[in-house]
Design a protein around this ligand. Structure first.
Ligand SMILES: Cc1ncc(COP(=O)(O)O)c(C=O)c1O
Length: 421
């Protein structure tokens, strides 16, 4: 096993090391949540303080013209830069679940694609629920959820064959939430286009974790949350990307006033805004959006390619340690070994995963608390967020996992699970 001194040396030589200080941390605690909620950037505190004290507190309604109306547009531009989208191809607002329903509804109603929804069992439950809800609404719509031979990886040949034989609208999570498996985005977009189909990508576990280029990958529609690797805060609004040529073919099923051509004319008749702005609904959530901006600014400053390089280096060290140190203790690697097929978290399985997670979180007198997350039936997800994850953090993780299992310290914890894991 790599020793603590060597891990610290790697941290000293890390070109991104100063970013750790730009986040708030708890003493004696290592955050490896994988990744349900990113950490709080320090700059959010001053931004929100200004928004509350000056903009809301003093300027009140005037702040819409002075600051707030342009905030979602500014965010969209920053995400367009990060993801290589063209001007006007991203809008902000709502949760990923609501956005997914809206955009799938619009695609189905456009009648440009066969009446078939396809997803797979690796997708996040909310995506599956949204698809099931749509199938209830559109009686002629059929829905297929592909089961692969294994729990953690997609079988791309099987997926392609299904797209070819039953084309339609496909919804996939680019990086899957359990194993961090990452699909070949460009190849699948091309395959879908050749087969009268379209893929709607959920990027919740991918944005900020891996470089994504919408133009190069020929992506048509994508969306995702901003509270994971983008550090936008709990419940921060989602983004929606739609390639320009589709804008005027799609109608927003929620005809809210912020999607009107001229919202402040208060016209009693709805007229859709030009372009993707028609997918706006109601008043944007300004407080949350301020935090989203602080998060994306940090990613742009560090550079997504640099972040990815550090994520791969950290992940490879961890995989190496898992193979050498932990497999004999009953742990199994549940994420792809090949970094091209992997996002930025590592999943490991153990029959006592839930109790081991509780022991990690509690820490002990000699070691920091470590916060991973648990996913049923027996996965521990370890989030690698290169803005603030260090080699030393991973050293402690491996050390504690080994200690908890060899000493059977996990037996001190209940097998029954709590709600938020
Ligand atoms: C892949 C994926 N999609 C969607 C969601 C849920 O998004 P929201 O709560 O914004 O609807 C999550 C939440 O973790 C997720 O991992």
């Amino acid at each position: 096993m790599i020793d603590l001194k060597a891990a610290r040396l790697l941290d000293q030589n890390d070109p991104l090391k100063t970013f750790k200080n730009r986040f708030t941390h708890q003493e004696n605690e290592i955050y490896l949540d994988g990744n349900s909620l990113g950490k709080l950037p320090k700059s959010v505190l001053s931004k929100l303080e200004d928004t509350l004290q000056n903009q809301w507190g003093k300027q009140l309604i005037r702040s819409w013209n002075e600051n707030w109306l342009e905030l979602p547009l500014r965010l969209s531009k920053k995400y367009e830069t990060l993801l290589n989208a063209s001007d006007g191809e991203i809008v902000f607002g709502e949760s990923t679940s609501v956005r997914l329903y809206q955009i799938l509804f619009a695609l189905i109603e456009s009648r440009n694609y066969p009446n078939q929804l396809i997803t797979d069992s690796l997708n996040f439950p909310t995506d599956l629920y949204v698809l099931q809800g749509l199938a209830k609404h559109f009686s002629k719509l059929s829905i297929q959820s592909i089961q692969y031979g294994q729990e953690i990886l997609a079988d791309i040949e099987q997926l392609k064959e299904i797209i070819q034989t039953k084309p339609g609208i496909i919804c996939l999570s680019l990086v899957t939430y359990k194993s961090a498996y990452c699909y070949p985005m460009k190849a699948l977009n091309e395959w879908a286009a050749q087969n009268k189909s379209i893929i709607v990508w959920d990027l919740s576990h991918a944005v900020g974790a891996i470089p994504i280029d919408f133009k190069k990958t020929k992506t048509k529609i994508a969306l995702g949350c901003t509270y994971k690797y983008m550090n936008g805060g709990p419940g921060s609004p989602a983004f929606l990307f739609v390639q320009k040529e589709l804008h005027n073919l799609l109608q927003n099923p929620i005809q809210g006033w912020f999607g009107h051509l001229k919202p402040f004319d208060f016209d009693p008749q709805y007229k859709a805004a030009q372009g993707l702005e028609r997918f706006n609904n109601g008043t944007p959530s300004i407080l949350s959006m301020q935090a989203v901006e602080a998060g994306v600014d940090l990613i742009l400053e560090a550079g997504i390619k640099n972040l990815r390089a550090k994520s791969v280096a950290l992940s490879e060290m961890l995989i190496d340690e898992i193979t050498k140190e932990l497999e004999t203790l009953g742990f199994e690697l549940e994420s792809p070994k090949n970094s091209i097929r992997r996002g930025s978290h590592i999943a490991i399985a153990h029959p006592h995963a839930w109790q081991i997670c509780q022991a990690l979180i509690q820490g002990d007198t000699l070691a920091p608390k470590i916060i991973p997350d648990f996913r049923p039936p027996h996965f521990i997800r370890i989030g690698i967020t290169p803005l603030y994850t260090s080699y030393e953090d991973l050293w402690w993780l491996v050390n504690q996992l080994r200690m908890i299992v060899t000493s059977k310290a996990y037996l001190n914890f209940d097998e029954a699970k709590s709600q938020v894991t």
